[in-house]
Design a protein around this ligand. Structure first.
Ligand SMILES: Cc1cc2nc3c(=O)[nH]c(=O)nc-3n(C[C@H](O)[C@H](O)[C@H](O)COP(=O)(O)OP(=O)(O)OC[C@H]3O[C@@H](n4cnc5c(N)ncnc54)[C@H](O)[C@@H]3O)c2cc1C
Length: 416
C-alpha cells in the first residue's frame, strides 16, 4: 500500500502524478473458500472487514459487492455525523463511532475529511423544545456533549438562519460541537484500501444470489461469480437486507423506503455548520466543493425505487428557503435517492441471527453513515467472537420478541 505523506505527495507531483498505483486489489472472482464473507461493500461492510482483519486477524476474508463499493447509501447520503441520541444504548453506540471518526484519517492513512463543524438541531415548537432539552440533559448525563442554544445564540452560530419565519420560527436549538460531516466516498475508499492491504479480497460486480446452510448453520453463498464456502457470513446490505436474509429463510422486521438528497451549484463558503430540522425533514450543510448538500425525508410508502416522490423534495426546499432566505435564488444541480431499511423502533440491528454463523447489521434507516466506524468495529467483534460486542448487545434482533426496544422514533418526538 502506498503510504501517503507530504513527501509521497511531493514525489508524485514531481513525477507528473503518473506513478500512482491502484489503491486496493480488485480480484475478478472470489476464492472458493473463506473464513468470513461480508455481503455488501458499503462503508459498514468494508469497515467490518477491515477490523476483522486488523483486530481479529482472521485469515481469509472477502467483501462481496453486487455493484461498486460505496455505490449504495454510503455514496448517496448527506454525511451528517453526531452522537446526541436519547437513550444511553444509542449514545454509547454513536459516540463510539464519533471517537473513531476523530482519529480515522490517521488510522487509515487516508483523508476522510472529517470536519467537526457542529450540528445544530432546530426546535420549532414548545414540544420540540421539551424534547430537545430532554436530549441535552440525557446526553450530558451520559457524558456526550450537547448544549442548548437560545434562538439568538443559534443565529450567532449560523448567521444565514432566519429565526423568525412565520411557519417555522426557531424556539431554540441543540448543538453538538463534536458533530459534523465527512467525505463519504473517501470513507469507503479508505477502508477498502486499508482492508485490502491486510489481505481482504474486495470483489465488485459480485451479487449474492443465495445463502446455503446445513443443520449446523451457514455453509456458504451462491453468487453471480460462482459458489463460495464460508462458515461465517455477515450481511451488511442496507436497503436490500430483507432480500438477502430471505435467502437464508429469515424474515426481518424491516421496511424499505426511498430517501432523497440534492445538491446546489457550488458557491463560496457561506454556511459554517450543519443544520437539521427534524420537524420539517430538512438538513443542510456546505461541502468543501461549495455545494449546498440538502437532505429530505423518506417517502411515505415502502418501495425499492431509487427515485422517490418529487413532492418530498418540494416540501424540503420550501422549508430550506424559508429558514435560509439567502438561498432562495440558488439553483439545484442534482437529486438522487437511496433505499433505507427501517426498524419498528428506528434503531439498528447488529448481531447474531437464529442461523448459526449468519450475522446481520442493518436497520440504520436514515442515519447510519455517522455510525460507520463504530458499526464496523462492534460488528467485527461480534462476528469474530460469535457473541455480541457489549455496545452492540442491546441492538440484537431478538429485542423485537423480548420487547426491549430502543425507541429512538418516539424519543425524537417528531415523525421520523
Ligand atoms: C439520501 C440519504 C441521506 C442520508 N443522510 C445521512 C446522514 O446525513 N447521516 C447519516 O448518518 N446517515 C445518512 N443516511 C443513511 C446512510 O447513508 C446509511 O445508513 C449508511 O450509509 C448505510 O451504510 P451501509 O454500508 O450499511 O450501506 P450501503 O452503503 O448501502 O452498502 C450496502 C451494499 O450492499 C450491496 N448489496 C445489496 N444487496 C447485495 C447482494 N445481494 N449481493 C452483494 N451486495 C449487495 C449494495 O450494492 C450496497 O453497496 C442517508 C441515506 C440516504 C439514502
Amino acid at each position: 500500500m502506498t503510504r501517503f505523506s507530504w513527501a509521497a505527495l511531493a514525489r508524485g507531483a514531481l513525477r507528473g502524478h503518473r506513478a500512482w498505483t491502484p489503491q486496493w486489489r480488485s480480484p475478478d472472482r472470489p476464492q472458493p473458500d473463506y473464513d468470513a464473507v461480508i455481503v455488501g461493500g458499503g462503508g459498514h461492510g468494508l469497515a467490518t472487514a477491515y477490523y476483522l482483519a486488523k483486530e481479529y486477524r482472521l485469515g481469509r476474508i472477502a467483501v462481496l459487492e453486487k455493484g461498486w463499493i460505496g455505490g449504495g447509501n454510503t455514496g448517496r447520503n448527506t454525511t451528517i455525523i453526531r452522537s446526541n441520541y436519547l437513550f444511553p444504548e444509542s449514545a454509547a453506540l454513536y459516540d463510539h463511532a464519533v471517537q473513531l471518526w476523530e482519529g480515522l484519517s490517521a488510522e487509515l492513512n487516508y483523508n476522510v475529511m472529517f470536519s467537526p463543524r457542529g450540528v445544530l438541531m432546530l426546535a420549532h415548537s414548545h414540544h420540540d423544545v421539551q424534547s430537545g432539552l430532554r436530549h441535552v440533559h440525557a446526553n450530558r448525563l451520559a457524558g456526550v456533549d450537547n448544549e442548548w442554544l437560545t434562538p439568538a445564540e443559534a443565529k450567532a452560530f449560523c448567521p444565514p438562519l432566519d429565526i423568525a419565519t412565520p411557519r417555522w420560527p426557531v424556539f431554540g436549538a441543540a448543538l453538538q460541537r463534536r458533530g459534523g460531516v465527512a467525505r463519504h466516498d473517501a470513507v469507503a475508499w479508505g477502508y477498502a484500501r486499508a482492508a485490502s492491504a491486510l489481505g481482504v479480497d474486495i470483489i465488485e460486480g459480485c451479487e449474492v444470489t443465495g445463502i446455503t446452510r446445513d443443520a449446523a448453520g451457514v455453509t456458504g453463498l451462491e453468487t453471480s461469480k460462482g459458489p463460495v464456502r464460508a462458515r461465517r457470513i455477515g450481511v451488511v446490505a442496507a436497503g436490500s437486507t430483507s432480500l438477502v436474509m430471505a435467502m437464508a429463510g429469515l424474515r426481518m422486521p424491516l421496511e424499505s423506503f426511498p430517501l432523497q438528497a440534492l445538491v446546489s451549484e457550488p458557491v463560496k463558503p457561506v454556511f459554517p455548520c450543519v443544520v437539521m430540522s427534524n420537524t420539517v425533514h430538512a438538513y443542510i450543510s456546505q461541502s468543501d466543493k461549495g455545494e449546498l448538500v440538502i437532505g429530505a425525508g423518506t417517502d411515505q410508502y415502502p418501495s425499492y425505487s431509487q427515485a422517490g416522490g418529487v413532492q418530498i423534495l418540494g416540501h424540503t426546499l420550501e422549508a430550506i428557503c424559508e429558514l435560509f432566505p439567502i438561498f432562495r435564488r440558488m439553483r439545484m444541480l442534482r437529486a438522487w435517492g437511496g433505499i433505507v431499511d427501517v426498524t419498528p423502533d428506528r434503531s439498528p440491528i447488529i448481531g447474531l441471527t437464529p442461523v448459526p454463523g449468519l450475522f446481520v447489521n442493518c436497520g440504520w434507516g436514515t442515519g447510519g453513515f455517522k455510525a460507520t466506524p463504530g458499526s464496523g468495529h462492534v460488528f467485527a467483534a461480534t462476528i469474530a467472537r460469535g457473541e455480541p460486542h457489549p455496545i452492540a448487545a442491546p441492538f440484537s434482533l431478538d429485542r423485537f420478541t423480548t420487547g426491549q426496544l430502543i425507541d429512538e422514533a418516539a424519543a425524537a418526538a417528531v415523525a421520523h
